[in-house]
Design a binder for this molecule. Structure first.
Ligand code: ZN
Ligand code: ZN
Length: 315
Protein backbone atom coordinates (compact mmCIF):
# COMPACT_ATOMS: atom_id res chain seq x y z
CA UNK A 1 0.00 0.00 0.00
CA UNK A 2 1.39 3.37 -1.02
CA UNK A 3 0.12 6.47 0.78
CA UNK A 4 0.90 9.89 -0.64
CA UNK A 5 0.15 13.24 0.99
CA UNK A 6 -1.02 15.86 -1.51
CA UNK A 7 -2.24 18.40 1.07
CA UNK A 8 -1.18 18.78 4.70
CA UNK A 9 -2.33 22.28 5.65
CA UNK A 10 -5.35 22.77 7.90
CA UNK A 11 -8.30 25.12 7.58
CA UNK A 12 -7.12 27.37 4.74
CA UNK A 13 -4.80 26.96 1.72
CA UNK A 14 -1.57 28.71 2.68
CA UNK A 15 0.90 29.46 -0.12
CA UNK A 16 4.28 30.53 1.27
CA UNK A 17 4.45 34.35 1.46
CA UNK A 18 7.19 36.44 -0.13
CA UNK A 19 8.77 37.33 3.22
CA UNK A 20 9.02 33.72 4.40
CA UNK A 21 10.40 32.65 1.01
CA UNK A 22 13.03 35.39 1.08
CA UNK A 23 14.12 34.43 4.61
CA UNK A 24 14.53 30.78 3.58
CA UNK A 25 16.39 31.79 0.42
CA UNK A 26 18.70 33.98 2.55
CA UNK A 27 19.54 31.02 4.83
CA UNK A 28 20.17 28.78 1.83
CA UNK A 29 22.46 31.32 0.17
CA UNK A 30 24.42 31.89 3.40
CA UNK A 31 25.10 28.13 3.62
CA UNK A 32 26.11 27.98 -0.03
CA UNK A 33 28.41 30.98 0.39
CA UNK A 34 30.22 29.32 3.32
CA UNK A 35 30.66 26.09 1.36
CA UNK A 36 31.94 28.02 -1.65
CA UNK A 37 34.48 29.91 0.47
CA UNK A 38 35.79 26.62 1.85
CA UNK A 39 35.97 25.07 -1.61
CA UNK A 40 35.77 27.42 -4.64
CA UNK A 41 35.77 24.49 -7.09
CA UNK A 42 32.58 23.03 -5.58
CA UNK A 43 29.87 22.15 -8.16
CA UNK A 44 26.37 23.66 -8.16
CA UNK A 45 24.99 20.21 -7.33
CA UNK A 46 27.29 19.87 -4.29
CA UNK A 47 26.34 23.38 -3.17
CA UNK A 48 22.69 22.43 -3.34
CA UNK A 49 23.24 19.19 -1.41
CA UNK A 50 25.11 21.16 1.28
CA UNK A 51 22.09 23.34 2.03
CA UNK A 52 20.19 21.99 5.08
CA UNK A 53 17.06 20.03 4.12
CA UNK A 54 14.66 22.50 5.77
CA UNK A 55 15.75 25.20 3.31
CA UNK A 56 15.39 22.91 0.31
CA UNK A 57 11.87 21.69 0.91
CA UNK A 58 8.64 23.37 2.00
CA UNK A 59 6.02 21.75 4.24
CA UNK A 60 3.30 22.72 1.80
CA UNK A 61 0.27 24.99 1.70
CA UNK A 62 -2.41 22.84 0.04
CA UNK A 63 -5.24 21.54 2.24
CA UNK A 64 -6.07 17.93 3.02
CA UNK A 65 -5.85 15.30 0.32
CA UNK A 66 -4.34 11.84 0.80
CA UNK A 67 -3.99 9.25 -1.95
CA UNK A 68 -3.89 5.53 -1.17
CA UNK A 69 -2.82 3.16 -3.91
CA UNK A 70 -3.04 -0.58 -3.49
CA UNK A 71 -2.40 -2.70 -6.59
CA UNK A 72 -4.19 -0.25 -8.87
CA UNK A 73 -7.09 0.51 -6.50
CA UNK A 74 -7.02 4.27 -6.04
CA UNK A 75 -8.56 5.81 -2.93
CA UNK A 76 -8.46 9.54 -2.29
CA UNK A 77 -9.22 10.77 1.21
CA UNK A 78 -10.66 14.28 1.19
CA UNK A 79 -10.73 16.81 -1.59
CA UNK A 80 -8.87 19.81 -0.14
CA UNK A 81 -6.84 21.93 -2.55
CA UNK A 82 -4.22 19.16 -2.68
CA UNK A 83 -6.74 17.34 -4.91
CA UNK A 84 -5.67 19.49 -7.88
CA UNK A 85 -2.16 18.01 -8.06
CA UNK A 86 -3.44 14.58 -6.97
CA UNK A 87 -5.91 14.66 -9.87
CA UNK A 88 -3.20 15.52 -12.42
CA UNK A 89 -1.14 12.57 -11.21
CA UNK A 90 -4.09 10.15 -11.12
CA UNK A 91 -5.31 11.25 -14.58
CA UNK A 92 -2.01 10.07 -16.09
CA UNK A 93 -2.78 6.54 -14.91
CA UNK A 94 -6.02 6.40 -16.92
CA UNK A 95 -7.98 4.75 -14.09
CA UNK A 96 -11.68 4.06 -14.66
CA UNK A 97 -12.75 3.94 -11.01
CA UNK A 98 -11.64 6.30 -8.25
CA UNK A 99 -12.86 5.95 -4.67
CA UNK A 100 -13.20 9.17 -2.72
CA UNK A 101 -13.66 9.08 1.06
CA UNK A 102 -14.83 12.31 2.64
CA UNK A 103 -14.15 12.93 6.34
CA UNK A 104 -16.44 15.99 6.53
CA UNK A 105 -17.33 18.96 4.35
CA UNK A 106 -15.50 21.90 5.91
CA UNK A 107 -14.09 23.87 2.95
CA UNK A 108 -10.53 22.71 3.44
CA UNK A 109 -11.70 19.13 2.77
CA UNK A 110 -13.82 19.61 -0.36
CA UNK A 111 -12.88 22.76 -2.26
CA UNK A 112 -10.27 21.07 -4.46
CA UNK A 113 -12.89 18.83 -6.08
CA UNK A 114 -13.92 21.25 -8.88
CA UNK A 115 -10.23 21.20 -9.92
CA UNK A 116 -9.81 17.40 -9.76
CA UNK A 117 -8.88 16.49 -13.36
CA UNK A 118 -10.49 12.98 -13.42
CA UNK A 119 -13.89 14.63 -12.81
CA UNK A 120 -13.64 15.99 -16.38
CA UNK A 121 -13.09 12.55 -17.94
CA UNK A 122 -16.31 10.87 -19.17
CA UNK A 123 -14.64 7.46 -18.85
CA UNK A 124 -14.15 7.87 -15.07
CA UNK A 125 -16.54 6.94 -12.28
CA UNK A 126 -15.93 8.64 -8.95
CA UNK A 127 -17.35 6.61 -6.07
CA UNK A 128 -17.91 8.82 -3.02
CA UNK A 129 -18.08 7.28 0.45
CA UNK A 130 -18.89 9.22 3.61
CA UNK A 131 -20.86 9.23 6.85
CA UNK A 132 -22.84 12.24 5.56
CA UNK A 133 -26.35 11.35 4.30
CA UNK A 134 -26.63 14.44 2.06
CA UNK A 135 -23.07 14.51 0.71
CA UNK A 136 -24.31 14.59 -2.91
CA UNK A 137 -26.40 17.72 -2.24
CA UNK A 138 -23.46 19.39 -0.49
CA UNK A 139 -21.22 18.82 -3.53
CA UNK A 140 -23.95 20.17 -5.83
CA UNK A 141 -24.18 23.24 -3.57
CA UNK A 142 -20.43 23.82 -3.67
CA UNK A 143 -20.61 24.10 -7.47
CA UNK A 144 -23.72 26.28 -7.62
CA UNK A 145 -23.18 28.92 -10.36
CA UNK A 146 -22.71 31.53 -7.61
CA UNK A 147 -19.50 29.77 -6.58
CA UNK A 148 -18.13 27.89 -9.61
CA UNK A 149 -18.54 27.97 -13.38
CA UNK A 150 -19.15 24.22 -13.85
CA UNK A 151 -22.14 22.68 -12.10
CA UNK A 152 -21.55 19.36 -10.34
CA UNK A 153 -24.35 17.80 -12.44
CA UNK A 154 -22.58 18.93 -15.64
CA UNK A 155 -19.25 17.26 -14.84
CA UNK A 156 -18.39 14.69 -17.54
CA UNK A 157 -17.49 11.94 -15.03
CA UNK A 158 -20.02 9.55 -13.52
CA UNK A 159 -20.52 9.64 -9.75
CA UNK A 160 -21.96 7.31 -7.12
CA UNK A 161 -22.59 8.11 -3.45
CA UNK A 162 -22.42 5.52 -0.69
CA UNK A 163 -23.49 6.39 2.83
CA UNK A 164 -21.51 4.63 5.53
CA UNK A 165 -22.76 4.35 9.11
CA UNK A 166 -20.30 5.50 11.75
CA UNK A 167 -18.57 2.35 12.98
CA UNK A 168 -19.54 0.43 9.83
CA UNK A 169 -17.09 -1.89 8.09
CA UNK A 170 -17.10 -2.01 4.30
CA UNK A 171 -14.88 -3.02 1.41
CA UNK A 172 -13.27 -1.18 -1.48
CA UNK A 173 -11.56 -3.53 -3.91
CA UNK A 174 -9.66 -5.96 -1.70
CA UNK A 175 -9.28 -3.47 1.11
CA UNK A 176 -11.21 -3.62 4.38
CA UNK A 177 -12.45 -0.23 5.52
CA UNK A 178 -13.94 1.07 8.73
CA UNK A 179 -15.34 4.49 9.64
CA UNK A 180 -15.20 6.03 13.11
CA UNK A 181 -16.68 9.33 14.34
CA UNK A 182 -14.17 11.92 15.60
CA UNK A 183 -14.44 14.91 17.92
CA UNK A 184 -15.02 17.96 15.69
CA UNK A 185 -17.64 20.71 15.35
CA UNK A 186 -20.20 19.37 12.88
CA UNK A 187 -18.54 15.94 13.00
CA UNK A 188 -15.71 14.31 11.11
CA UNK A 189 -14.95 10.68 10.34
CA UNK A 190 -11.73 8.72 10.60
CA UNK A 191 -11.12 5.92 8.11
CA UNK A 192 -9.17 2.76 8.75
CA UNK A 193 -7.82 0.76 5.82
CA UNK A 194 -6.70 -2.79 6.41
CA UNK A 195 -4.90 -5.20 4.11
CA UNK A 196 -3.32 -8.45 5.23
CA UNK A 197 -1.57 -7.48 8.47
CA UNK A 198 -1.17 -3.82 7.62
CA UNK A 199 -3.37 -1.05 8.97
CA UNK A 200 -3.45 2.61 7.99
CA UNK A 201 -5.67 5.06 9.87
CA UNK A 202 -6.36 8.61 8.73
CA UNK A 203 -7.79 10.82 11.48
CA UNK A 204 -7.89 14.47 10.56
CA UNK A 205 -9.94 17.19 12.23
CA UNK A 206 -10.28 15.85 15.73
CA UNK A 207 -9.81 17.37 19.16
CA UNK A 208 -8.09 15.32 21.80
CA UNK A 209 -7.95 17.73 24.73
CA UNK A 210 -9.51 18.68 28.04
CA UNK A 211 -10.33 17.06 31.38
CA UNK A 212 -11.79 13.99 29.65
CA UNK A 213 -8.64 13.32 27.64
CA UNK A 214 -7.65 10.06 29.35
CA UNK A 215 -11.22 8.81 29.00
CA UNK A 216 -11.19 9.75 25.29
CA UNK A 217 -7.87 8.00 24.75
CA UNK A 218 -9.34 4.83 26.28
CA UNK A 219 -12.55 5.17 24.29
CA UNK A 220 -10.66 5.35 20.99
CA UNK A 221 -8.12 2.65 21.86
CA UNK A 222 -10.06 -0.12 20.16
CA UNK A 223 -10.18 1.75 16.85
CA UNK A 224 -6.62 3.07 16.75
CA UNK A 225 -4.72 0.39 18.65
CA UNK A 226 -1.61 -0.98 16.97
CA UNK A 227 -2.00 0.81 13.62
CA UNK A 228 1.07 0.50 11.42
CA UNK A 229 0.56 4.07 10.29
CA UNK A 230 -1.63 6.76 11.83
CA UNK A 231 -1.84 10.18 10.23
CA UNK A 232 -3.54 12.46 12.70
CA UNK A 233 -4.57 16.08 13.21
CA UNK A 234 -1.85 17.99 15.07
CA UNK A 235 -2.64 21.59 14.18
CA UNK A 236 -1.80 23.39 17.40
CA UNK A 237 0.80 24.14 20.02
CA UNK A 238 -0.36 23.33 23.58
CA UNK A 239 -1.11 27.02 24.19
CA UNK A 240 -3.25 27.23 21.06
CA UNK A 241 -5.09 24.04 21.99
CA UNK A 242 -6.09 25.73 25.27
CA UNK A 243 -7.03 29.02 23.54
CA UNK A 244 -9.02 27.29 20.81
CA UNK A 245 -10.90 24.71 22.83
CA UNK A 246 -13.90 23.42 20.93
CA UNK A 247 -12.44 24.28 17.51
CA UNK A 248 -11.84 20.62 16.83
CA UNK A 249 -8.05 20.25 16.57
CA UNK A 250 -5.24 18.67 18.57
CA UNK A 251 -1.84 19.85 19.83
CA UNK A 252 1.22 18.05 18.45
CA UNK A 253 2.44 16.78 21.82
CA UNK A 254 -1.03 15.51 22.72
CA UNK A 255 -1.26 13.69 19.38
CA UNK A 256 2.06 12.03 20.26
CA UNK A 257 0.77 11.15 23.73
CA UNK A 258 -2.40 9.58 22.33
CA UNK A 259 -0.43 7.60 19.74
CA UNK A 260 1.92 6.25 22.42
CA UNK A 261 -1.07 4.97 24.37
CA UNK A 262 -2.50 3.37 21.25
CA UNK A 263 0.78 1.63 20.49
CA UNK A 264 1.11 3.13 17.03
CA UNK A 265 4.05 2.00 14.91
CA UNK A 266 4.48 5.10 12.75
CA UNK A 267 2.84 8.47 13.32
CA UNK A 268 2.37 11.34 10.85
CA UNK A 269 1.38 14.78 12.18
CA UNK A 270 -0.77 16.78 9.78
CA UNK A 271 -3.40 19.54 9.28
CA UNK A 272 -0.85 22.25 10.03
CA UNK A 273 -2.06 25.62 11.30
CA UNK A 274 -2.19 28.19 8.44
CA UNK A 275 -0.85 30.94 10.76
CA UNK A 276 2.36 28.94 11.34
CA UNK A 277 5.46 29.39 9.21
CA UNK A 278 7.44 26.30 8.18
CA UNK A 279 9.94 27.24 10.89
CA UNK A 280 7.23 27.32 13.59
CA UNK A 281 5.86 23.96 12.44
CA UNK A 282 9.37 22.48 12.59
CA UNK A 283 9.90 23.91 16.10
CA UNK A 284 6.62 22.35 17.29
CA UNK A 285 7.63 19.08 15.68
CA UNK A 286 11.03 19.18 17.41
CA UNK A 287 9.24 19.67 20.76
CA UNK A 288 6.91 16.78 19.97
CA UNK A 289 9.96 14.64 19.23
CA UNK A 290 11.58 15.59 22.54
CA UNK A 291 8.32 14.77 24.29
CA UNK A 292 8.26 11.32 22.68
CA UNK A 293 11.85 10.60 23.68
CA UNK A 294 11.24 11.73 27.26
CA UNK A 295 7.97 9.85 27.71
CA UNK A 296 8.17 6.80 25.52
CA UNK A 297 6.90 3.97 27.73
CA UNK A 298 7.88 1.22 25.31
CA UNK A 299 11.16 -0.42 24.52
CA UNK A 300 10.26 -0.02 20.88
CA UNK A 301 10.18 3.65 19.88
CA UNK A 302 7.34 4.85 17.69
CA UNK A 303 8.52 6.45 14.45
CA UNK A 304 7.44 10.09 14.37
CA UNK A 305 7.12 11.99 11.10
CA UNK A 306 6.03 15.46 10.08
CA UNK A 307 3.46 15.37 7.27
CA UNK A 308 4.77 17.30 4.29
CA UNK A 309 3.36 17.76 0.83
CA UNK A 310 4.58 15.01 -1.49
CA UNK A 311 5.59 12.68 1.38
CA UNK A 312 5.03 8.99 0.69
CA UNK A 313 4.58 6.14 3.15
CA UNK A 314 4.71 2.48 2.21
CA UNK A 315 2.95 -0.33 4.09
ZN1 ZN B 1 -9.79 20.76 8.31
ZN1 ZN C 1 -12.93 20.60 9.95
Amino acid sequence: MRIKLWGVRGSLPTPMGVQEYQTILGHALAHAQNDFRANPSITAEQLYEGIPAQYRRVIGGDTTCVEVDYRGTCIVMDMGTGARRAGLSIAKRALRDIYVLITHTHWDHIQGFPFFAPAYDPGVTIHFYSCIPDLHERFIRQQHPHYHHVKFEDLPCKTTFTYVEQGEQFEIGNLQMEAQPLIHPGGSASYKIRKENQTFVFATDTEFYGPDLSMLVKKYDQFFHGADLLIIDAQYSLTEAEQKRGWGHTAMTIAVDCAMHWDIERLGLTHHEPAHSDETIRELFARAHEYLEANNPHRHMMELTLAREGEEYFL
